[in-house]
Design a protein around this ligand. Structure first.
Ligand SMILES: [Zn+2]
Length: 435
C-alpha cells in the first residue's frame, strides 16, 4: 500500500498531495455506491448532487455522514436500514453499537469486510509489537457489541493464540490469564485498572501474571500519560492505545513512542474540521476527526463525523512511521465536552488529574449548580491513605490545571459500580435541575 508521505522533522508542515492509491480506491468505491447504495444515493440527492456524477468528484465535495442519519435510516427502514450496498444474503456478521448514547446502530459485514477489520487489527498488534508468539487475553463479554470481536479476528490473522474472556467475572479472568500464560491483555483502560485492583484484593500482584503488553480501546484513557503510567506500573507492562468504532472500523493505534495515534495506512481518509462550522482546521489545531473508510464497501461511511476531537500533526514519528499522527490520541468528544463556568472541559482532562492520585479507585464527576454557579465535585473511592490528604492534593491539582475550585467527596470502597465499558463518569446534573 502506498502511504501518504510527509517530509520529516518535528515541525508541523503542509499535508502532502493526495495519495493516488487511496484516491483510486475512493473512486472505485464511489462508482459502486452510485449504482447500488440507496442510503448514499439518497444522501447525495438531498445535497443537490446527481448520484451519476458523484464518481469523479473530490471527497470534500460530498456531504458529511452522521451517526444520527444512520440511526434515523434504520428506524425508517428496519431492521438494517439502507446503507447496505449488496443483497442482505451477502452479509455474514451483524453487530450493534454499545448504545451508551441513544439507540444502538446495527452494522453489517461481509466475509471480505470482516477480514478487512482483522487486517486493520494486525496493524494495531504490530504497533504494540505483538506477534504470533503471544497469547492474547480478550477481557470482553463477546455479546452483540463489536468491541473486541475484531481483535479476536486480528489475533488469528497474526497467528497468535487468542484467549476469550466472555462469560467470566474478574476473578475468573485473572485465573484464566494465569492458567493459559497470557502475555497480552486487551481491555478498556478502566477495566484494566479495575482488574488490577481485583487482583490485589485477592492477594495477587498483577505484575506476577506475565502480561508484557496491554492494548486498550473504548475510551481515550490509554493516550493520557497519567492513565498510561498507572496501567504500566500496575501491570508491569507496556500500555498501548487503539481507536475504532463499529460504524467506521479499527482506525488508529499507538506505537512504542506513545505520543499519539497513527492512522492505519491507506485504509481511511482523515479530515479534521471545526465541529461548529465544519470548516477544515489547520494541522496542529484541535478539531473533530472526520473519516472515510475504504475497505468496507458493503457498509461504508463517507466523511463520517466521529465526534472525536484530535490534533493532527504531519511529522515523522521516532518509531519510523510517517503520515498523520494524532498527537495525544483522542483528546475528547465534540459532544462530550462540558462547559463549566464558561470553560471547555474534557472528561479526559479530569481523568488525567484523578489518575495522578494513586490512592483513588473508581470515581465519578458530578457537575451541579449552587446559587446559580456551576460546581464540580469529584466523588471517589479512596483505596488507601488519609481521604483528607487525598482530597487536598487533588483539589490543589485541579485548581492549578483547570483554574477553578473542585470539591471532593470520599466514598467507601465498592460504593460505585465497576466500569467495564465506556466509563460514563461525568454526571451533569445541571440540565435536570434547570428543567
Ligand atoms: Zn510511532
Amino acid at each position: 500500500m502506498t502511504v501518504v508521505r510527509a517530509p520529516g522533522g518535528s515541525a508541523p508542515s503542509a499535508p502532502p498531495q493526495p495519495d493516488p492509491t487511496t484516491d483510486g480506491r475512493l473512486q472505485r468505491l464511489l462508482q459502486t455506491l452510485a449504482t447500488r447504495n440507496r442510503f448514499y444515493r439518497e444522501a447525495w440527492r438531498a445535497a443537490g448532487l446527481d448520484p451519476r456524477t458523484v464518481p469523479g468528484l473530490a471527497l470534500h465535495q460530498l456531504p458529511f455522514t452522521t451517526k444520527a442519519e444512520l440511526v434515523r435510516d434504520q428506524l425508517a427502514h428496519p431492521p438494517f436500514g439502507r446503507n447496505h450496498t449488496f443483497p442482505l444474503a451477502t452479509y455474514t456478521r451483524v453487530h450493534q453499537t454499545s448504545g451508551t448514547t441513544g439507540r444502538p446502530l446495527r452494522v453489517l459485514d461481509t466475509a471480505a469486510s470482516w477480514r478487512w477489520w482483522g487486517r486493520c487489527w494486525t496493524a494495531v498488534y504490530q504497533g504494540a509489537e505483538v506477534d504470533r508468539h503471544d497469547r492474547i487475553f480478550l477481557a470482553f463479554s463477546f455479546g452483540p457489541f463489536i468491541g473486541f470481536w475484531a481483535a479476536l479476528e486480528g489475533a488469528q490473522q497474526i497467528g497468535a493464540m487468542a484467549i476469550t474472556g466472555g462469560g467470566m467475572d474478574s476473578v475468573l479472568r485473572l485465573q484464566a490469564m494465569a492458567d493459559f500464560g497470557a502475555t497480552v491483555l486487551v481491555a478498556t483502560p478502566s477495566y484494566a485498572l479495575h482488574l488490577a485492583r481485583v487482583a490485589r484484593d485477592a492477594g495477587i500482584d498483577p505484575r506476577s501474571l506475565g502480561i508484557r503488553t496491554t492494548i486498550h480501546a473504548g475510551e481515550p484513557g490509554a493516550s493520557v500519560p497519567a492513565v498510561r503510567a498507572r496501567i504500566e506500573e500496575l501491570w508491569g507492562a507496556r500500555c498501548h492505545d487503539h481507536a475504532g468504532a463499529s460504524e467506521i472500523g479499527a482506525w488508529g493505534y499507538s506505537c512504542r513512542e506513545g505520543s499519539g495515534l497513527h492512522l492505519i495506512d491507506g485504509e481511511f481518509i482523515a479530515e479534521v474540521i471545526d465541529p461548529a462550522t465544519a470548516a477544515p482546521v489547520a494541522d496542529g489545531t484541535v478539531g473533530e476527526l472526520v473519516l472515510t473508510n475504504l475497505g468496507r464497501p458493503g457498509f461504508p461511511v463517507l466523511r463520517y463525523r466521529t465526534g472525536d476531537m484530535v490534533r493532527r500533526m504531519w511529522q515523522r514519528c521516532p518509531c519510523g512511521r510517517q503520515g498523520p499522527l494524532l498527537a495525544g490520541g483522542v483528546l475528547g468528544r465534540a459532544d462530550g465536552m462540558v462547559v463549566v463556568r464558561g470553560m471547555n472541559i474534557f472528561p479526559s482532562a479530569i481523568d488525567a488529574l484523578v489518575r495522578e492520585q494513586r490512592q483513588i479507585g473508581e470515581y465519578q464527576v458530578r457537575i451541579w449548580t449552587r446559587d446559580d454557579l456551576d460546581q464540580i465535585t469529584v466523588r471517589a473511592e479512596v483505596d488507601d491513605g488519609d481521604p483528607n490528604a487525598v482530597a487536598e492534593e487533588l483539589m490543589a491539582r485541579c485548581h492549578r490545571a483547570l483554574g477553578m475550585r473542585v470539591g471532593f467527596e470520599a466514598l467507601a470502597r465498592g460504593t460505585l459500580p465497576p466500569t467495564e465499558l465506556k466509563a460514563q463518569r461525568i454526571r451533569d446534573e445541571r440540565a435536570a435541575a434547570r428543567g
